[in-house]
Write a protein that binds this ligand. Structure first.
Ligand code: ATP
Ligand code: MG
Length: 351
């Protein structure tokens, strides 16, 4: 089996095939089944994944092991994994172009996480912004898994000789850590891992909370009014946008001292595919009310086709299950080859 990254590294390859010689860059993306998938996830991540899908060799992973870093129950985890798979498929991820699978179905992720932890410093993990945000000052009580989160993420990415990791701005620091860990491993044990690049689109990279425009929209935010869920119905979307915080003044403009309006205009522009200046011009002198009610309709009509596909998939869960089973088989085939190499390089096992 040939596993070739675009850097030309061919792990345990036989003779390169024609397709391996013209290998597309490999993309790995992970998303947590941690609750309600929101507009930030869609605009910052999934929509870009779908649009780039044909250009790359894609692996999309539902990272249920990462979800264990926060309190969860068996029932909600199960339900969230299947819901997320349906959301990904409804949003346009296509199993004929991409591998879509659940992280815990491929044991090699957990194993590589442990091995990489031996070349990761405790201090590096404590300094991660996401850890500090999610620990919220309660470092002594949160799970050690929350601290280890970026090591598992590094394992996810490095296991597949990933070249690009399309993420929102919030994940940039974790990708930098992944590169540091990979470089350290390579220096100690020989060239093993490809160093990945973060692929961050400037537009949509950070969709902010509707309740507090200084915080990102987040699945783990306990306030449901802070985000628009992909599954929100029309009335809920209208209500959430109507009550979204705005800035002082009444002009519909994006500016550094208008973070709330900037966020709403960004969402509008991303969905209607118009420059923000055109939207500002349209609402000049009209105040926030007219702008907000039109924004709600733009969101509703953008989500409607996805919601329709989602309803069909929810009615037939075997569709997603079959896709996930096949995806796990394909991911495992690649992961097995890589882990054999890693174990040999580290001198593990009885030899
Ligand atoms: P959690 O709060 O549980 O961490 P999350 O909302 O941050 O959830 P993730 O599953 O961690 O979602 O991230 C999935 C993808 O969505 C990542 O690529 C991440 O960068 C992106 N993303 C998350 N939040 C936003 C946001 N507010 N704006 C743009 N992209 C986002
Ligand atoms: Mg997150």
């Amino acid at each position: 089996m040939v596993t070739a990254g675009a850097t030309g590294d061919v792990a345990l390859a036989e003779k390169p095939t024609a397709s391996a010689r013209t290998t597309r860059q490999r993309v790995f993306s992970g998303i947590q089944p941690s609750g309600n998938f929101h507009l930030g996830n869609y605009l910052g991540a999934i929509r870009n994944w779908v649009r780039q899908q044909a250009d790359f060799d894609n692996i999309f992973c539902i990272v249920d092991l990462h979800a264990l870093s926060q309190p969860t129950t068996k029932e909600s985890l199960r339900a969230n994994v299947l819901n997320l798979a349906n959301v990904l498929i409804a949003s346009g991820l296509d199993p004929s172009q991409s591998i879509i699978f659940v992280q815990s179905d491929v044991y090699e992720h957990t194993e590589l996480c442990w091995l990489l932890s031996s070349v990761t410093q405790y201090g590096e993990l404590r300094r991660m912004t996401q850890f500090k945000d999610k620990a919220g000052g309660k470092d002594e009580q949160v799970s050690a898994a929350l601290l280890f989160y970026p090591v598992l993420q590094a394992a996810d990415i490095l296991l597949y000789d990933t070249n690009r990791v399309p993420v929102g701005e919030d994940q940039k620091q974790h990708i930098e850590l992944t590169r540091d860990v990979a470089a350290r491993f390579n220096a100690r044990y020989g060239e093993t891992f490809t160093l990945p690049q973060p692929d961050i689109k400037t537009a949509g990279a950070r969709v902010m909370s509707l309740e507090d425009p200084t915080r990102k929209m987040s699945k783990s935010d306990t306030n449901p009014n802070a985000s628009i869920a992909l599954t929100d119905d029309a009335d809920t979307i209208r209500r959430k946008i109507r009550r979204a915080v705005t800035d002082s003044g009444s002009e519909v403009i994006a500016a550094p001292d208008k973070p709330a309006l900037t966020n709403l205009l960004t969402i509008y522009g991303l969905l209607s595919e118009e420059p923000i200046s055109a939207i500002e011009a349209r609402y000049a002198g009209q105040g926030y009310g007219a702008f907000k009610s039109d924004l709600a309709e733009v969101v509703i009509s953008s989500l409607a086709p996805i919601q329709a596909r989602l309803a069909e998939l929810n009615d037939d869960p075997d569709v997603a299950r079959a896709i996930l089973r096949d995806g796990a088989d394909r991911a495992r085939t690649r992961a097995t080859v890589k882990m054999k190499e890693v174990r040999e390089r580290m001198g593990l096992g009885h030899g």
